[in-house]
Write a protein that binds this ligand. Structure first.
Ligand SMILES: Nc1ncnc2c1ncn2[C@@H]1O[C@H](COP(=O)(O)OP(=O)(O)OP(=O)(O)O)[C@@H](O)[C@H]1O
Ligand SMILES: [Mg+2]
Length: 502
């Protein structure tokens, strides 16, 4: 059988730094093929070559057994290759139908664009076919991440993709949404399509992949294995070169209350309730894990604590000081640091260098300058130290932030916020998109911050993470705190509350 998509001896460097070194990969029709590897291993780069975003320096790409020159997204689409990217590429202030229409307008010859009504109707047909409900007239910025992702998938499927590549699609989904998506991918494969699934979650590889390929530092270290022949330990050893250690934790007692949230209520712009009389206490030296299905008020809570959203009712106090309408800067100055979930919106300025991104949180830090005077030398040194300590692959102080791989961009935000003094750390999905070793490292950072007496609020949709790291666990549903537990916590009890069962 000829393979759907093949790479042979592919090399790709960026500014002389190799991202792919003699990479090879083969995906057949009818299979879900998982592509695994640490942050920066080259997974996205390899698949971006397949979809025409990058040209390889050397090597051969074949589609259906024929050598292909994929010199742009249109060429990829003509070959039946469609990719759902790690960071979605949707126009936020346009509707679903408009987004699909501009995409297909671009791919057809001029003048053959179909009317918006026709597009709308086709979206309905395709979404019914694949069991995704989506309203074509909703604006992208009113959709949840999982709905945005569906829009991307529908867009790609409407383009007639036979080879469907998804770059960490479940990183932004809840357990339930992930399962639905993965089941759907199985169905696509069953129809004879070839599905490439980039993921960091070993569980998904074992439950849904027919084949697995592992990359490490730009090289293919294992190609096209049947996951059933591998154990999780073997697979993680292939990824990182050593087995990841299992985590275990003694609950910490906690000191004084450092951050107190009292009766917070807030509404979204569309009038729905975001936070509903939410009260939480954070203690020094403890991790408070807030579990919940995404979209239940977590983002609004995080925005409130970052000083980006004003409360309708309720108040919060930090270190005993009542704060009415604090600015982000005032909060930062009082030792509240944040690792935001939307790292590319709140966290990083993509066009600025790693060093400038690192510096923004430290402008009031005496080590890096004072009274409006910036010590670039010290910042440079601090950035270099952070790159090493946090193992930010592919980064130099002058690299533009947007050129970092997904996981490494995240490590940069983390390094910046974790450097220096803090009293409270808000970590919103801090390990989303990180590989297993980086996840373990983040959890270690959280623990060591705790040891120094920092109070941590961990907001995460990954229940395993919440349970692994937290001393106290709260559950949020529809903006309300529906339960609180001290560690060790039973997974089922929290899981039930998360989906709204009392
Ligand atoms: N456009 C670019 N310019 C410069 N360097 C790049 C570019 N794209 C990727 N790189 C570098 O290539 C390497 C591989 O990155 P890639 O995005 O393929 O990793 P990845 O395996 O997808 O990682 P992650 O799991 O973090 O998403 C990284 O070191 C990254 O910094
Ligand atoms: Mg990637």
């Amino acid at each position: 059988m000829t393979a759907a998509l093949e790479f042979h001896g592919v090399h790709k460097s960026f500014d002389g730094n190799p991202a792919l070194v003699d990479a090879f990969f083969t995906a057949e029709r009818g299979e879900v093929h998982a592509l695994l590897g640490e942050n920066g291993a080259g997974k996205s780069t390899l698949m971006n070559i397949a979809c025409g975003l990058y040209a390889p320096d050397h090597g051969v790409v074949k589609v259906d057994g024929v050598s292909a020159v994929i010199d742009g997204p249109l060429a990829a689409s003509a070959l039946g290759i469609g990719m759902v990217h790690q960071h979605f590429k949707l126009v936020e202030n346009m509707t679903v139908a408009e987004n699909v229409a501009i995409c297909h307008m671009a791919s057809g010859p001029a003048g053959t664009g179909e009317s918006l009504n026709a597009v709308r109707k086709r979206i309905g047909d395709v979404s019914r076919q694949i069991g995704f409900e989506i309203d074509p007239d909703r604006r992208i910025d009113t959709l949840s991440v999982s709905e945005q992702q569906r829009t991307e998938i529908i867009k790609v499927m409407m383009g007639g993709a036979e080879i469907l590549i998804l770059d960490e699609p479940t990183a932004v989904l809840t357990d339930e949404e992930s399962l639905r998506l993965l089941d759907q991918l199985k169905i696509f494969a069953g129809q004879g399509k070839s599905v490439v699934l980039i993921t960091h979650k070993l569980r998904e590889v074992f439950s849904h992949a027919d084949k697995v390929t592992v990359m490490r530092a730009g090289k293919t270290v294992e190609a096209g294995r049947d996951p059933a022949q591998l154990t999780p330990e073997e697979l993680s050893r292939l990824m990182v070169g050593e087995a990841a250690e299992s985590e275990n934790l003694e609950p910490r007692a906690g000191g004084d209350v450092v951050l107190e949230l009292k009766h917070l209520s807030a509404q979204r712009a569309n009038g729905t309730t975001a936070l509903d009389d939410l009260s939480i206490e954070l203690r020094a030296g403890q991790v408070y894990g807030l579990a919940g299905v995404g979209g239940n008020g977590q983002t609004e809570l995080a925005e409130t604590l970052m000083g980006l959203r004003h409360l309708e009712t309720g108040e919060f106090s930090l270190g005993g000081e009542m704060l009415k309408r604090p600015s982000p800067r005032a909060l930062h100055a009082r030792g509240l640091k944040c690792i935001p979930a939307e790292r590319y919106i709140y966290g990083l300025a993509g066009d600025l260098s790693v060093m400038d991104n690192f510096a923004v949180s430290h402008l009031n830090n005496k080590k890096f300058g004072s009274l409006g005077w910036i010590n670039r030398r010290a910042i440079l040194r601090g950035t270099q130290e952070a790159i090493e300590e946090y193992d930010i692959l592919g980064a130099t102080p002058t690299t533009r932030a947007r050129l970092l791989s997904g996981g490494n961009a995240q490590k940069l935000v983390l390094a910046r916020e974790m450097t220096g003094e803090s009293r409270v750390l808000l970590a919103h999905s801090p390990t989303r998109g990180l590989d297993i070793r980086a996840c373990a490292a983040v959890h270690d950072y959280l623990r060591s911050a705790c040891k120094k007496g920092v109070a941590i609020l961990l907001i995460s949709e990954d229940l395993d993470e919440v349970l692994a790291v937290s001393d106290r666990v709260g559950v949020i549903n529809k903006g309300r705190l529906v339960g609180e537990f001290d560690a060790p916590v039973a997974r089922d009890a929290v899981g039930h509350l998360m989906v709204g069962h009392a």
